[in-house]
Design a protein around this ligand. Structure first.
Ligand SMILES: [Cu+2]
Length: 184
């Protein structure tokens, strides 16, 4: 009888330990099992990009850890408020592009011409090594139709450029954000 009681106590103790291990293991494994997706918004305009995190804080570059599931959303500026579009317009005037120095009088006219030409209204978001090539519609009638997005796993460590894959006028070849996407 004494031995049986001891046995029962040992079994009970083992059971408690096993349950404890399971609870701790599931608590530890929980966050790793759930894939974490990081979303970034990329606004395209004549001629440049503005990067935002998922809460719409503007960021200088997109940085993720290797293995992260990334969702990139490309949004043409024309779908945003007039005020925001004006801000991008000012950025281009202030910074210039290509052969046009900051404040060059011709920049305004070139931008206006591009805005009025429906064939130049789309911009691409291209990151070759990551096989990202987004083409938000420059002439869509709805916001949903205008937006293009992709979800992928950032498997390759590196520093990647974002560039434009759709001809969009005078500033097309200047639409390069060097080192804009970093996987560490
Ligand atoms: Cu372009």
């Amino acid at each position: 009888m004494v031995i049986n009681k001891k046995k029962r106590l040992v079994f009970a103790a083992i059971a408690v330990i096993l349950v404890g291990i399971l609870v701790v293991a599931s608590a530890c494994a929980g966050p790793e099992l759930e894939p974490k997706t990081q979303t970034f918004n990329i606004v395209t305009y004549h001629w440049g990009y503005a990067l935002y995190d998922e809460d719409w804080n503007e960021i200088a570059q997109i940085e993720v850890k290797r293995g992260t599931t990334v969702r990139l959303v490309a949004i043409p500026a024309y779908t945003l408020s007039h005020e925001i579009q004006e801000e991008f317009h000012e950025r281009v005037l202030e910074n210039g592009f290509g052969d046009y120095p900051p404040g060059d009088d011709r920049i305004h006219d070139l931008m206006e011409a591009a805005h009025e030409d429906p064939d130049l209204s789309s911009h691409g978001v291209f990151i070759g090594p990551l096989r990202v090539d987004l083409n938000p519609d420059g002439n869509a009638s709805t916001l949903e139709g205008a937006i293009d997005s992709i979800e992928f796993t950032a498997d390759d460590v590196g520093v990647f450029d974002i560039s434009c894959s759709v001809f969009c006028g005078a500033g097309h070849s200047s639409m390069i954000l060097e080192g804009a996407f970093v996987v560490s």
